[in-house]
Write a protein of this length. Structure first.
Length: 405
């Protein structure tokens, strides 16, 4: 399986797809999948701009709206995570993951899917210690504070990923795992980005939760973006002989190292995005403690997810593990017509509703950020074995290096 990895998309889907298609023509081959490491900017219309944390002079519609509207269809299956420059209102609709447009899949705030037999996990957002143990208290319309905190990684989502036991082939994060520079050519990186030196020497460059996940999950590959440069590393995990090949890439601009092609062993195609049984069992187990307020949380778990997993497996088999179909919830951008204010702030996305119904879970995404009030889960569906405590206040060789045309 040939996989293209892209750093920060910044809404420039057209150029990324054209670059991959150019590579395919030159090498007479087919790329099976595109992975994007954040700052995807799935902006559907002008109103989505209000949830995009970029200076106003840089706010542009870019090209995602064409794929959302159906004017264009992604020529390559695409999977992405969120970064710190996103249409956060839209990603919140798809908190659990789902199709952001036809053939373009969002992994969710945290998530795992399979593409063929390749298992791909990811964590959206960036680390900020101030909000790490908060719940997801932000709701559209965002103010000057919440438009920034909404994309900060939360312990709740990290702890869900920490429950994974089955091997991952690929993991995506927007910011780098802290300490990753120890496993690559950090001197070359500091010559390229001299203002990184202090953070590298103090071991504060990157994400602490991502480092914990790297140590626990030990995927074959880990891809990141955010710092707008290319950096490779190889992490040897203890004495078990496993190695994670790490690669960070730049943003999509002329002359930048923003795209990479790798080949990974897989079963023969056809390939398609499929739900992951273990991940949805974890999702079902954790959803009853989904934190939705500012209160700091410390989540500890006991027991296994086996009971939840067997239940989930039967439900997924009925769907052949296929995600629910893409559905538009708001009008797409139209250059000749402005978006009206009647668009709801938090549309209930049919994909999210269908997934929660499949898992026997309530819809919580529009619950009050002040009280966290929610629909109770019936006792027969509530996961067991969980305790919650609330506190209030190398040499790494890559085959190809691709630049934008």
């Amino acid at each position: 399986m040939k996989i293209a990895i892209e750093g920060c998309m910044h809404g420039d889907l057209d150029n990324v797809y054209k670059t991959i298609q150019h590579y395919e023509q030159i090498h007479n081959t087919k790329v099976d999948l595109l992975l994007c490491c954040g700052d995807f900017q799935a902006v559907r219309n002008e109103k989505d701009m209000d949830s995009l944390n970029v200076p106003r002079k840089y706010r542009e519609m870019k090209s995602f709206w064409k794929y959302y509207s159906g004017q264009e269809v992604a020529p390559i299956p695409t999977i992405f995570i969120g970064g710190n420059h996103e249409a956060s209102n839209y990603l919140w609709e798809l908190y659990y993951g789902g199709w952001a447009a036809t053939n373009i899949y969002f992994l969710g705030f945290a998530g795992v899917v399979k593409f063929g037999n390749v298992r791909i996990g990811g964590l959206s957002g960036i680390y900020n210690e101030r909000h790490y143990r908060s719940g997801h208290f932000e709701r559209p319309p965002y103010n000057e504070s919440t438009i920034r905190s909404v994309y900060h990684v939360r312990d709740y989502d990290v702890q869900k990923l920490m429950q994974l036991e089955e091997p991952l082939d690929i993991f995506l994060s927007h910011d780098w795992p802290v300490g990753i520079t120890d496993y690559g050519d950090s001197e070359s990186l500091m010559r390229q980005k001299p203002y990184f030196r202090q953070e590298i020497e103090e071991k504060t460059l990157g994400s602490k939760p991502a480092a914990l996940l790297l140590e626990k999950l030990k995927p074959q590959y880990w891809f990141s973006a955010h710092l707008h440069c290319k950096f490779a590393a190889a992490v040897q995990h203890g004495n078990d002989g496993s190695v994670t090949k790490f690669l960070a890439l730049d943003k999509c601009l002329p002359g930048k190292k923003f795209l990479q092609i790798i080949e990974i062993e897989s079963e023969p195609g056809p390939f398609e995005v499929l739900y992951d049984e273990e991940w949805l069992a974890i999702t079902r187990k954790f959803n009853s403690i989904f934190p939705l307020t500012r209160r700091y949380t410390n989540v500890s778990t006991a027991g296994t997810i086996q009971e939840s997993r067997e239940w989930v497996r039967k439900k997924l088999e009925e769907r052949q593990f296929k995600p629910f179909e893409f559905a538009r919830t708001v009008p797409a951008y139209n250059p000749s017509q402005r978006v009206f204010d009647s668009i709801p702030e938090i549309p209930q996305n049919p994909q999210t509703l269908s997934l929660l119904e499949l898992l026997g879970l309530p819809y919580l995404l529009d619950s009050s950020p002040v009280t966290g009030e929610r629909t109770d889960i019936p006792a027969s569906l509530a996961p067991s074995g969980m305790t919650i405590v609330f506190f209030v206040d190398e040499d790494l060789v890559w085959d190809y290096q691709i630049h934008i045309l």
